[in-house]
Design a protein around this ligand. Sequence first.
Ligand code: KG4
Length: 338
Amino acid sequence: MAIILGIESSCDDTSAAIIRDGVICSNVVANQTVHEQYGGVVPELASRAHQQNIIPVVHQALKKANIAKEDLSAIAFTRGPGLLGSLLVGTSFAKGFSTALDIPLIDVNHLQAHVLAHFIKEDSDDVSQPKFPFICLLVSGGNSQIIYVESFNKMKIIGQTIDDAAGEAFDKCAKVMGLPYPGGPYVDKLAKLGDKDKFQFNKPRIADYDYSFSGLKTSFLYFLRDELKNDADFIEKNKEDLSASLQKTIIDILMDKLRKAAIDYDINEIAVAGGVSANSGLRESFLNHAQKYGWNIHIPKFEYTTDNAAMVAIAGYHKFLENDFCDKSVVPYARATI
Ligand code: KG4
């Protein structure tokens, strides 16, 4: 039996989770509300909050799973990419705890963990996991990538954003409309009440499977600036239609490239991961594609889409099975690819 403690501290969520033989036992996340007033994550405050949260969060994860720390087989932690100060808290804790318990330490790439979240089992009979090879669209506040996944430890990025991530496009446009941070969920909510064909925004022309979202942000900003000259209440009067049209544009951009990749690679096993996969319009588009193109789609449970330690623990579990451990001298990395 393998019992893995996962630790995630790459950005502004402190999380700890327990996975036993691939099955989730607990997943505790402490969100940091301190950043809301600044309209974005403040790295120094994030590190300090991780420092305060890490021990109570790990304690709670063990308690919820009804596991004693002596029962742990290994500790997996997010090594990067992320904010260095935040990563240092999780990394240092994992090193110290694994040394004290004299159990192996496993470093996990945060991006790979998002992809491998699809392998978290709710119970031992759960067989809903994607089959290799599959394609995963990873869309979050920091990433927009199309990933070709061959196995648990072999994946390659076949397309990615050349500027902003999809989540950033949601958040920055939401900010222009005066919505709170992060704006993605607010746009999603308003979009349900709006006409998605009311306004048209330009889509980028980028080669292959790559994305670009900075042009959309600029055209949205200029469009509103011009309309506000004629009507100071333009945003207030149109926020539902603006949200619906913006959301449709972002989803179209994402799905056009994903469809192209699925056709070119001749794969119909398609997954989505990352915070933006919570978006109801994107989920609907996945369902439509499943019907129209015969895709087997994999959409994670909401709690496994945003940053969480369950995905770190499952990634760690599959490295554990391969005896793929790291040295105690390991250091975190702020930047990394898959
Ligand atoms: O994966 P994640 O939790 O962490 C980061 O990489 O930062 O993703 C957060 C991103 C934010 O940009 C947020 O606005 C976006 O995911 N997001 C959404 C929705 N829920 C979260 N975007 C659109 N619609 C949503 N429902």
